[in-house]
Design a protein around this ligand. Structure first.
Ligand code: SF4
Ligand code: SF4
Length: 434
């Protein structure tokens, strides 16, 4: 591992994702790759049209950030798309950061979850509260937050409220974000099914969706359809890198603690360790130790898709700005492409595809596998521990603690052959502070 980089730093430094492909000789993958712009003053180098909105957005945009100065600096560097949400509890930070700027030069999206009160009046009240927190006269795009079903997507109260907000000049466009399905015992609805329905629906101008080099299959078709309908596509979860490094550390910790654990839990860990050993082999053999190389490649990979307008990145400090903004306008080189491929073959085998949910219908306890893995991703790779724990607590005990006494049915139905029980057990240790 490179000097100054330990595994934990790898995770903190990488905030993106992976690949699949052929084995190649090490000397072929150590060719020089396209250099990124470096230094405190990195500037956005490319803007893309956000679908039918016609707005020219920076190809790198800012997602969750709780620091006004960091957000201001990102805007100064050319970032002009800000993604927030009612539930992020950071809208006041955004409001502070945009104060005094030409409002028309910034595109702000927020999101509303579809909760119990689905009335038009309820959505209008919450929308106005967002406006107040953002301290602005209008929101560029309000999204349905994490539409998990087609029914949620079409919530009448949300749409009539947004129509009203448009009439009042408080809203310009409507969008949708999606992490995947939560359904249990009901027919499964995959992310692609929901978003393809949103394309057909016609009321959504902008999407925020998961797409990365490990799970190309889940998003590529949706992006193609968005191109046809001129829908703006922004991306999250573009970085599946990092899971392995954190988990392998945790296994060591478990051993060192010498705790008595349930035999079925141990079985899950054993299955996990087999995959981990394979990942370790790949990392050593193909020199995949540089976290920046892999995670930067992951961003360049998604920017290579012409249907993608912007990649939403969590920026919590000034280093994050430099890391992400320096990737604006860059392209994936052939050597980087090969490395991503190798990563997908090795450590990528421990990555739960965001928005997949394929294994959930078989779980007797109705565990939301995909959501739990996503919360753990926030914890591990996005440095958003408090948010991740809060989300996990909201499961009210229907969490991965139940996996300890289970025979691991989900493993047999994981399309990607992941050691699901081991991964969930690790997530539980993180998120329950156990
Ligand atoms: S290990 Fe068992 S309880 Fe946990 S998600 Fe899998 S099937 Fe469900
Ligand atoms: S564990 Fe496998 S099947 Fe289940 S959500 Fe993750 S990738 Fe999909």
């Amino acid at each position: 591992m490179k000097k100054g980089l330990n595994r934990r730093n790898f995770i903190k430094n990488s905030t993106l994702g992976i690949i699949g492909g052929t084995f190649i000789k090490k000397d072929l993958i150590s060719e020089t790759t396209e250099p990124e712009k470096k230094g405190e003053d990195s500037k956005i180098g490319a803007f893309r049209t956000l679908g039918r909105t016609g707005f020219r957005v920076s190809d790198i945009s800012i997602g969750f950030s709780n620091n006004t100065q960091v957000m201001k600096k990102a805007i100064e560097s050319g970032v002009n798309y800000i993604d927030t949400a009612e539930s992020y509890k950071n809208q006041k930070v955004v409001g502070e950061a945009i104060k005094g700027l030409d409002r028309k030069s910034i595109f702000i999206t927020s999101k509303l979850e579809i909760k119990k009160d689905k009335s038009e009046a309820g959505f209008i009240k919450r929308f106005n509260q967002c406006l107040k927190e953002l301290d602005t006269e209008y929101i560029d795009c309000m999204m349905v937050h994490s539409a998990e079903t087609i029914e949620i997507l079409k919530t009448p109260g949300f749409h009539s409220a947004m129509d009203q907000m448009k009439k009042e000049g408080k809203l310009r466009y409507v969008g949708v974000s999606n992490h995947g399905s939560n359904w249990y015992k009901e027919p499964k609805v995959r992310m692609a099914t929901i978003l393809n329905e949103a394309v057909k629906d016609g009321r959504f101008d902008v999407f925020l969706m998961a797409y990365n080099f490990i799970q190309e299959d889940l998003g590529a078709e949706v992006i193609e359809n968005c191109i046809k309908e001129n829908i703006g596509v922004t991306l999250m979860k573009v970085n599946p890198v990092g899971k392995y490094y954190v988990i392998s550390d945790r296994i060591k910790k478990l051993k060192a603690e010498g705790k008595k654990v349930h035999p079925l839990y141990l079985e899950g860990v054993v299955r996990f360790k087999k995959k981990a050993a394979n990942a370790e082999r790949f990392i050593k053999k193909y020199d995949l130790n540089d976290p920046n190389e892999i995670s930067n490649g992951a961003i360049k990979f998604v920017l290579g898709n012409k249907g993608v307008s912007s990649v939403v990145c969590s920026m919590n400090n000034f280093d994050h700005i430099d890391k992400f903004v320096s990737l604006s306008g860059t392209k994936l080189s052939e050597p980087e492409k090969r490395k991503l491929s190798l990563y997908k073959e090795g450590p990528g085998q421990l990555y739960c595809r965001h928005g997949c949910s394929e294994c959930e219908s078989i779980c007797p306890s109705g565990i939301k596998v995909s959501d739990i893995m996503r919360y753990n991703h926030y914890f591990d790779a996005h440095d958003r521990q408090k948010y991740a724990i809060r989300k996990y607590m909201s499961l009210n005990g229907k969490d991965a603690g139940l996996c300890v006494d289970c025979e691991g049915y989900c493993e047999s139905s994981c399309t990607y052959d992941l050691p699901v029980q081991g991964l969930l057990s690790m997530a539980h240790k993180n998120l329950s502070l156990g």
